[in-house]
Design a protein around this ligand. Sequence first.
Ligand SMILES: CC(C)(COP(=O)(O)OP(=O)(O)OC[C@H]1O[C@@H](n2cnc3c(N)ncnc32)[C@H](O)[C@@H]1OP(=O)(O)O)[C@@H](O)C(=O)NCCC(=O)NCCS
Length: 185
Amino acid sequence: MKNDSVRMIRENMENIPQFPIPKGFAIRNYRPDEGHIWTRIQRAAEPYIDIDDGLFIREFKRDFPAMADRSFSLTTDTGAEIGTITAWWQPDIDGKTWGQIHWVAVHPDYQGRGLSKPMMSVVMTRLKKSHKWCFLDTSTGRIPAIKVYLDFGFTPDLSRKKSQEAWTEVASVIKHPILKRYDFF
Ligand SMILES: CC(C)(COP(=O)(O)OP(=O)(O)OC[C@H]1O[C@@H](n2cnc3c(N)ncnc32)[C@H](O)[C@@H]1OP(=O)(O)O)[C@@H](O)C(=O)NCCC(=O)NCCS
């Protein structure tokens, strides 16, 4: 499977699916200076991008104080951090401010247990407080992530370059009602 970049959009913040956090886990807000925790989880989970020590700073330096309110850690019931997700934003995409789902990861030891959906419920609910629409950037090699985003009502942004080919590839793997609306087959 190739790994082409794709963008997904959600043009409203209505009907956010609410998945409860399973017993034995919790979600808490980011605390100041926890960039090293974010880096550890991303490094363990990330299949394509080199997670270097400076990445956290480059990604979030626009507004570190906002992290306490917009970034979340998934933890075990003993407090070990095993997932991270951020309700970020971009102030000017074609003149509009967009909420952004940014850097979603669950540690590989805990993947496949439905833990990203409760994280998405929390972060989408947070985005809704500040934004009317939102987007995310991902890539076609990240099938579990794209499946989750489709379940949360994100749709392909077909205005992006080469998106038709990229989404045809995704649609060959994920049979999802949202993708059936398009002519990918
Ligand atoms: C994205 C990520 C957080 C999802 O974690 P997770 O919730 O444990 O993922 P799961 O394995 O439970 O899969 C999520 C969904 O994808 C589905 N899925 C997984 N593999 C699939 C496949 N090959 N084809 C179709 N669906 C698939 C699962 O069935 C599940 O859907 P369901 O809950 O409705 O059954 C995790 O894969 C991760 O950390 N990946 C590395 C970092 C990354 O790529 N992040 C996304 C950045 S945009």
